[in-house]
Design a binder for this molecule. Structure first.
Ligand SMILES: [Zn+2]
Length: 253
């Protein structure tokens, strides 16, 4: 059997047997790919035993159709993203992104998702320390969008009318977007004013808002949205990330 090569990001790894590791990659050519890296922890190891999560590179593997576990031949790292280890929030954000991709993605190519994941990890790696919560949120929303589940933020999900620049609506998780003031009541989800709506639109477009407020409430929205629309059960890495976000004391804008 001949080996195939693809661009890939390491999302998880754990030891296997005495000298091997199982690595879970998200790849450009095959989607999620789990491989066993034989002998990488022994003296003759080729260095893959120390490949950290969220490293990108060129994976060469023996891929058998209709199998869940494949065999790694080589992984040549091209980007280590060491900045992700600079603070816990950055690393927790990358972990939620990884869990989201592993929970939903399949063993088939999805180029848009691969690029959204790489971009989200690059932005987290490079983000200014004051900007990390917004970058985490923008990364998660762009992954949600790449998976095909973006919320509707310009038009009311109930009546279809556009929300005005000063309108305070509500975010209806179940219906998948905002409700205008006429269609909103307290049972239809959390209040969402013009500032928060604009910030959500920016993050869906992949940009962290310059002065993100209410990071925790925004994170509540994206995690509720993911749990309801994208994955069958809540992501395990979400409560930890949530606990790291700053709490605002003023009212929701
Ligand atoms: Zn409406």
């Amino acid at each position: 059997m001949s080996a195939v090569s693809t661009r890939a990001v390491v999302l998880r790894g754990h030891d296997y047997g005495d000298s091997s590791r199982i690595l879970r990659f998200y790849t450009e050519a095959f989607g999620v790919l789990s491989v066993v890296a034989h002998g990488v922890r022994g003296k003759s190891g080729k260095g893959a035993g120390v490949v950290a999560s969220f490293t990108s590179g060129e994976l060469t593997a023996y891929v058998r159709p209709h199998r869940d576990l494949h065999t790694m031949k080589d992984f040549a790292a091209t980007r280590a993203r060491v900045g992700l280890a600079r603070d816990t929030l950055r690393f927790a954000g990358a972990s939620v992104a990884a869990e989201l991709v592993l929970s939903h993605a399949e063993q088939e190519a999805h180029e848009g998702l691969f690029h959204a994941l790489e971009h989200a990890l690059d932005e987290l790696d490079a983000a200014d320390v004051t900007n990390v919560p917004g970058v985490v949120l923008a990364g998660l929303w762009t992954l949600v969008e790449a998976l095909g589940f973006a919320p509707q933020v310009e038009l009311c999900v109930q009546c279809g009318n556009p929300l005005g620049p000063a309108d305070v609506g509500r975010f209806d998780v179940v219906a998948g977007g905002v409700r205008c003031p006429s269609c909103a009541d307290t049972s239809t989800g959390p209040r969402m004013g013009p500032v928060a709506r604009l910030q959500l639109a920016e993050m869906l477009a992949g940009a962290a808002p310059a002065a993100l407020t209410h990071a925790r409430q925004h994170f509540g929205l994206v995690s509720d949205f993911i749990s309801y629309h994208v994955v069958p059960k809540p992501l395990k890495s979400i409560p930890f990330l949530s606990s790291l976000l700053p709490v605002d004391v003023q009212a929701v804008p």
